[in-house]
Write a protein that binds this ligand. Structure first.
Ligand code: ADP
Ligand code: MG
Length: 336
């Protein structure tokens, strides 16, 4: 059985469609990633799945329970770790877990059985009685995850689990999440705007943009779908003539204009760099930089949407500023 089945799920906030008619499934036992730039709709989607937010239309089934009308059963079968810290720093690790278990209506016997198990699971047994304020960032994240696991959920949701952690701690947290998935077989749904995180951690990744899923597959299949290597040319002038020439080359699989140049996909990029430089030269394009690499999930996003994550986030920020400006102008008109 699918751990999660999403069926035409939609969320509108006024004129913004944050989640747009999504349908997809998450298999039991997998680590499934929702990857997208800030504002893509990841948190909104998760908040509907955990029943903290009502859907505008459509529905989803979590462990077979309908999020629209079996709220209690859905909540009992899942755990969630939010983007913002939710543990109390003045309490010890064990006290935090006990507090959470009481909130879930667990009796004393069950709490006393479960807390040591969870502390073991998140590698915090030795620090159980230390106040959380003495924990490192990584330890606090593990305690949050432990909190989400207290009532033995079948699915664990993690919203941007490594935002704000240093590189080393992020890496440890990924390995820890993988181990947890292997040991307890809990299905894990994780949102992230880090390509490397989705690539390293997830068995399958859904790429989100503007409330839609533009692709869903294993990271390998997504990268392979680009059909080769990516050579990025930084250009000092407009590349119109170069683009016309790229169109004529049978070995150019695809190219996308970037902010300051062009990203070209081809097989055997290492052997084609010289050809590409010659084409640019013939087209009168001044090259500022050349970069050859295996495709990343960033290239996949660029190929599917025509934007990089950073461009997408900047566009959205501009649009929001415009909207705010328009609203201010309208308000001013009304006031006159
Ligand atoms: P992500 O988690 O991928 O960064 P979100 O789900 O937080 O994206 O946001 C998706 C879109 O919905 C954004 O345009 C955001 O501004 C908008 N949005 C999210 N929550 C609300 C809300 N409570 N009210 C109005 N708009 C919202
Ligand atoms: Mg979010």
């Amino acid at each position: 059985m699918d751990a999660i089945r999403v069926d035409g799920l939609t969320k509108e906030f006024g004129t913004v469609t944050a989640v747009d008619d999504l349908s997809f499934g998450v298999e039991s036992g997998e680590i499934f990633g929702l990857l997208g730039p800030n504002g893509a709709g990841k948190s909104t989607l998760i908040n509907m799945l955990v029943t903290l937010l009502d859907a505008t239309s459509g529905t989803a089934y979590v462990n077979g329970h309908d999020i629209n009308d079996e709220t209690g059963a859905v909540r009992d079968s899942l755990g969630i770790v939010f983007q913002e810290p939710a543990v109390d720093e003045e309490l010890t690790g064990a006290e935090n877990l006990a507090f959470h278990a009481r909130m879930y209506g667990k009796g004393r016997a069950e709490r006393e059985r479960r807390i040591p198990d969870v502390l073991d699971l998140v590698d915090l047994a030795e620090e159980a009685d230390d106040p959380v304020e003495s924990y490192s960032g990584g330890m606090q994240r593990r305690l949050e995850i432990g909190r989400g696991l207290m009532h033995e959920p079948e699915v664990l949701f993690l919203d941007e689990p490594t935002t704000g952690l240093d590189a080393r701690t992020r890496r440890d947290t990924w390995e820890y999440i993988q181990r947890l998935n292997e040991q307890s077989n809990v299905t894990i749904v994780i949102t992230t705007h880090y390509m490397d995180e989705a690539d390293f951690l997830c068995e399958r990744v859904a790429i989100m943009d503007h409330g839609e899923i533009v692709a869903v597959d294993t990271p390998e299949a997504l990268k392979d779908s680009l059909g080769g290597d990516v050579v990025t040319l930084g250009l000092e002038n407009a590349g119109r003539e170069l683009f016309a020439r790229l169109d004529e080359q049978p070995w150019v699989r695809e190219y996308t204009e970037t902010d300051d140049g062009v990203a070209v996909t081809m097989a055997h990029g290492d052997r084609r760099v010289a050809d590409l430089v010659r084409l640019a030269d013939e087209a009168g394009a001044a090259i500022a930089s050349v970069d050859l690499r295996k495709p990343s999930l960033e290239n996949v996003f660029l190929s599917l949407t025509g934007s990089t994550f950073t461009e997408r986030e900047a566009d959205d920020a501009d649009r929001q500023a415009d909207d705010a400006g328009n609203r201010a102008a309208e308000a001013a008109e009304v006031a006159e």
